[in-house]
Design a protein around this ligand. Structure first.
Ligand code: SF4
Ligand code: SF4
Length: 56
């Protein structure tokens, strides 16, 4: 498993991309996405997202 972005809640602010220590999140077309191969479920992005748009 990896972190998952709830697209309906994501506003593409990019905060999560800066918080991920593994560079596993990118923002394309105003929605974040997680590279499942890189994510180790550290949950940093979950706490960082202002909209509660990331879950595991
Ligand atoms: S921090 Fe949250 S709202 Fe901002 S791009 Fe990441 S998932 Fe989307
Ligand atoms: S859970 Fe950790 S490793 Fe996975 S995307 Fe979020 S910040 Fe990156």
């Amino acid at each position: 498993m990896a972190a998952r972005v709830i697209k309906a809640l994501c506003i593409g602010c990019g905060v999560c991309t800066r918080m991920c220590p593994l560079g596993a999140i990118s923002v394309q077309v105003k929605t974040a996405s997680v590279d499942n191969a890189l994510c180790d479920e550290c949950e940093e992005c979950i706490f960082a997202c202002p909209n509660g748009a990331i879950t595991v």
